[in-house]
Design a protein around this ligand. Sequence first.
Ligand SMILES: CC(C)(COP(=O)(O)OP(=O)(O)OC[C@H]1O[C@@H](n2cnc3c(N)ncnc32)[C@H](O)[C@@H]1OP(=O)(O)O)[C@@H](O)C(=O)NCCC(=O)NCCS
Length: 168
Amino acid sequence: MQIRTEAPADILPIDALLKSAFPTSAEAKLVRSLRENSRFTLSLVACSDEGEVIGHVLFTPVTINGEDCGWQGLAPVTVKEGYRGHGVAERLIRAGLDSLLEFGYTACVVLGEPDYYSRIGFQDAASFGLTSIYNDLPEFTPGAFQVMALEGTPFTDKSGLVEYSPEF
Ligand SMILES: CC(C)(COP(=O)(O)OP(=O)(O)OC[C@H]1O[C@@H](n2cnc3c(N)ncnc32)[C@H](O)[C@@H]1OP(=O)(O)O)[C@@H](O)C(=O)NCCC(=O)NCCS
């Protein structure tokens, strides 16, 4: 398996992957509009040995209290059925976080399963005074909104409302 940045030829395979992995085409549409509006900071694909796109992860900018603080949001992450449960998502996410650190970003947020993301190093954002408009939605478990400081960059001086791009 290879992990690399999205190339133009990956756009249709990513679209197909998203449509097959989520119950509706909302995520595919979201990723298309984020791409069109140049909101991508980093879009990575995982490719099988045969070159098929089997995974995708996207990082886009977030603001804190309306201010750009060099933070990123991870969403969505997708792995093709049949390739799941082998750490593909984790490898995509870790590769993405490594690149974000190299690019100079200081922290990343995610909305997801705490048991999963805590393995990677994410922590409950609420314990740092960070909130999201998604915090109270019933489909998300308590602690779903999480944050991770990228290596060597403490972020405890920041608190407030974290917001994704309007496309979300
Ligand atoms: C979520 C998803 C990306 C995980 O991909 P993956 O390559 O199988 O993930 P990994 O192999 O790194 O991790 C698998 C493990 O994490 C758990 N896990 C991963 N993401 C999870 C999630 N969102 N909710 C609950 N558990 C999750 C799996 O149950 C599994 O547990 P185990 O290791 O104890 O067996 C994949 O299942 C998927 O594409 N699902 C549909 C799209 C989706 O819901 N994306 C997440 C929201 S954006």
